[in-house]
Design a protein around this ligand. Sequence first.
Ligand SMILES: [Zn+2]
Length: 87
Amino acid sequence: MSIKNCPKCGSSRTKKNGTFRGTQRYRCRSCGVQFVHDTSVSAETLWREFADEHARVSVLARRHHISKSTVHRRLDDCTLPEILPTP
Ligand SMILES: [Zn+2]
């Protein structure tokens, strides 16, 4: 089966959280981050390149053969600020 690990904390405690623009969306129950399961390039990869290489969105888009808006969406998906309930 396709259990997706969290791209941020690596936890496998994720659950499906509906779909977003036709892509399955997941939510991590450990850190609360939302992410999408993607076949081409993961938000994690984009984030790494974005952060480590300071790559521009246009560069990432060209590199992964996706549109700039897709890059933006992926990055947004990965960093949606989550208000976690205080324990
Ligand atoms: Zn997580």
